[in-house]
Design a protein around this ligand. Sequence first.
Ligand SMILES: NC(=O)c1ccc[n+]([C@@H]2O[C@H](COP(=O)([O-])OP(=O)(O)OC[C@H]3O[C@@H](n4cnc5c(N)ncnc54)[C@H](OP(=O)(O)O)[C@@H]3O)[C@@H](O)[C@H]2O)c1
Length: 450
Amino acid sequence: MSDVSGSKVANFYQGKSVFITGGTGFVGKTLIEKLLYSCSGIDKIYVLVRDKYGKQAAERLVRITGTPVFDRLKESRSEELKKITVISGDISQECLGLPDDVLKILEDEVSVVFHLAATVAFKLPLKDAMRININGTENIIELCHRMNKLEAFVHISTAFTNADRQEIDEVVYPMPMKLDSARLFAEMFSHDEDIITNFMGKKPNTYTFSKAFAEEQVMKQCEDLPVAIVRPSIVVSALKEPSPGWIDSWNGSTGLIVGISSGILKVAIGRGSNVTDLVPVDIVTNLVIVAATECRKSKQLKVYNCCTGTSNPITSDEAINIIRKVALKYSLNEFPWLFVMFTPRVFLYNLITFTLQIIPAYLIDLWCTFTGRKATQMKLQSKLKKVVDAVKFFLLNEWRFSDNNIRNLLQTMSPEDKETFNFDVKTINWETCFRDYLLGARKYLLKIHK
Ligand SMILES: NC(=O)c1ccc[n+]([C@@H]2O[C@H](COP(=O)([O-])OP(=O)(O)OC[C@H]3O[C@@H](n4cnc5c(N)ncnc54)[C@H](OP(=O)(O)O)[C@@H]3O)[C@@H](O)[C@H]2O)c1
């Protein structure tokens, strides 16, 4: 069903214009598509896009609307795409780098702001991560204050802003230092990894550190704005919309599960019995859309932990079992002996990697070179090492995210809205979710269509 006339959620968007940052990203694209597909009364969607790789913002957006995420919309109501207006700008610049006339349009017309733009790179120098994730958020807040019709500002954060705690409630936790001191420090030492790691204390990387400060700024600077924070855990392919398994990002766990299913990854740093918190992208975008309808000016800012670990947990070992079954059923494995071991010990990880991954990869590459074929296996191994490094923190640790605000929000929804804008993680069937994730990664990322 594309639209629901009796839908409280769709009605909220009737005649309203929204402003989205991060619309070229994985979550942002999915959000734009869903708004156009299920809230057909929406007036305009202004999307802030930066010029990049020598391509102008408008050209970039045209390319994006040509990707499969918009297929179902184009097949049913392609005219909806005309509601998108591209605005060329950059969140890290003052006033987003926008000219006065464009700012005036946003100030006069926009009722809902979705701020998704961020750098999600874990290892960006601290001062760059802070410039985009903190200054960028402050610039958006500043604009929100000038918007005459603002009814909702939804800031997208991450569940791991507080990865230094084990129990994470739906509240903004204060940072252990002042932002000014952090800025000064980052300016002075940004390229000295050891000093910065020490400085960040228990925050594992510059991404979560800067996103945690961004949350604090939202809390401090938005007291008189209708605001909410949505914190997804690790975002994976779509459960259902725009199509099951849709994905266009290698970030997060995707490289790992593709490596496991093909049989080239045999070992990872982590603990198999830990709950792994993954959340499908359409669950996130549906929550974001509904959360906006409930934004109220309040000193008690609403935070939503968009996570699965509490209401529908799955451990890494359970996930691997499903991935293994799917890979065998659909013959996704290029190598025999489909198994994966988790170990928290780096020495054991290195030993098993060398024996079961590097030696075979080296021998295969040698064989390929002798027989005139392209040697690819050692390159793949080096990519896999980076993936394992990036996700090890999330596989070694376990968190308990409370999701009471999400459960309460669900209670307020009609059965139809619950169906159209589903964000109930209890509806996730992990067997089909992982099947679609693997097949989706193969189709949309690896472009294998058989
Ligand atoms: N994916 C996940 O697993 C996950 C998990 C938790 C939270 N989140 C949060 O969800 C949001 C979206 O993440 P994602 O996965 O969609 O990331 P993504 O695919 O990397 O997209 C990031 C978006 O931010 C834009 N952006 C970055 N810097 C910008 C700047 N200076 N000015 C304007 N736009 C800028 C990017 O634009 P360009 O195309 O120009 O680079 C892109 O549209 C982020 O806030 C992230 O922290 C994501």
